[in-house]
Design a protein around this ligand. Structure first.
Ligand code: BV8
Length: 231
């Protein structure tokens, strides 16, 4: 049986990582959609780098929760293909799967990038990055490049889309966890799974605007509903 799981900010909420829409999407008085864009970065690189520097620093003080660990336990015992696509840029899934190594059919994709990676604007080279990035951080990869967060901003193309769409086209079960379904193309994945004939399940704190697109809904805090659903 082939499984695709999509996660959003709700799976990290109980670890203490703020979601986007609970804080009505504002950060220091700016709408996330305004700072998390190439235009926002060009207009005010110090503000955007600081937005990510603060979130990157915060990773040192948060831990995976029972939902991340339940998915890692599942990945360790799943015998078919299991693609975990996260919209989250934190490293909590990565840490949970390091603690409990997955079976061979498992893959984790960060479709919106990762806080702990930086990208050279000239060469496109992506490197691990744990510290702060300055406004015009000189790139070690290219003389004319600067380092930006390796984050997919609004208006940019998410990562690994072909790989994700191939997995959705052949999945038997699609489970969406802790995402409001406000951002595309992730919000459209349930339709691709339905077209493939998959069983579709939404696991969230409460029904989302797209709840009617799913065969089933399981509602409550992810740290309780995810371990219960996957057993
Ligand atoms: C693209 C990185 C083209 C940044 C992010 C008009 C109409 C439709 C679409 C568009 C439009 N105008 C523009 C677009 C496209 C745009 C878009 O969708 N905009 C929205 C705002 C309308 N999308 C893009 O630009 C994307 N690119 O379209 O390129 C393309 C596409 C495909 C192929 C070729 C070309 C790029 C989008 C990526 C943007 N970057 N993140 C950063 O993180 O700083 S998006 C960012 O916001 C997150 O990554 C995440 O994806 C999104 C937030 O969503 P959620 O994760 O769902 O978080 P949210 O707070 O909304 O919800 C949390 C949920 O958890 C809630 O439901 C809550 O109830 C629940 N919850 C809370 N606590 C718990 C819980 N559940 C369980 N347990 C709990 N304890």
């Amino acid at each position: 049986m082939n499984l695709v799981v999509l996660t959003g900010a709700g799976v990290s909420a109980e670890s203490g990582v703020p979601t986007f829409r609970a804080s009505d999407g504002l950060w220091e008085g700016h709408r996330v959609e305004a700072v998390a864009t190439p235009e926002g970065f060009a207009a005010n690189p110090a503000l955007v780098q600081d937005f990510y520097n603060q979130r990157r620093r915060q990773l040192a003080s948060v831990q995976p929760n029972a939902a991340h660990r339940a998915l890692a336990d599942l990945a360790a015992r799943w015998t078919g293909d299991f693609l975990l696509v996260t919209q989250n840029v934190d490293d909590l899934h990565d840490r949970a799967h390091l603690e409990t190594p997955p079976a061979s059919g498992f893959e984790l994709i960060h479709m919106h990038g990762e806080l702990k990676k930086a990208r050279c604007t000239a060469s496109g080279v992506v490197c691990d990055w744990d510290g702060d990035l300055e406004a015009a951080h000189v790139s070690p990869h290219h003389p004319r490049g600067v380092l930006r967060p390796h984050i997919v901003w609004f208006g940019e193309i998410p990562l690994e889309m072909e790989r994700i769409e191939r997995a959705l086209a052949r999945c038997d079960l699609f489970v969406s966890i802790g995402t409001s379904g406000a951002v595309y193309p992730a919000a459209g994945f349930v339709q691709l799974a339905r077209m493939a004939g998959a069983r579709t399940v939404e696991i969230n704190l409460e029904p989302t605007q797209g709840a009617s697109l799913f065969d089933e809904g399981v509602y409550g805090p992810a740290s309780e509903t995810v371990p219960a659903f996957f057993g």
